[in-house]
Design a protein. Structure first.
Length: 87
């Protein structure tokens, strides 16, 4: 959905000109939404059209910490144990 944003000329120049603004704003919004835990890493990847590696590099460059809870760790541990036949 198109959104109109009025920006002063100095901001437009600082963002790299009109051609770069849309992508820069999209990336900023996506990084903020991830930081606020409103979207997942997979959604970041999908919205920005990135590979897994590009997503990791992008989020790291934006200072976004990985969302990984103790519950996630426990689930991963259980899945690994099941897959390895160690249960």
């Amino acid at each position: 959905m198109p959104v109109t944003v009025d920006l002063p000329e100095p901001v437009i120049r600082a963002l790299g000109g009109e051609r770069e603004i849309s992508r820069r704003l999209l990336e900023a919004v996506v990084a903020d939404l991830y930081r606020e835990m409103k979207i997942s890493r997979g959604q970041v990847r999908q919205v920005l059209g990135f590979t897994w590696q590009q997503t990791e590099a992008f989020l790291a460059s934006k200072g976004c910490a990985r969302h990984y809870s103790a519950g996630d760790l426990e689930e991963d541990w259980e899945n690994n144990q099941r897959l390895l036949g160690s249960e």
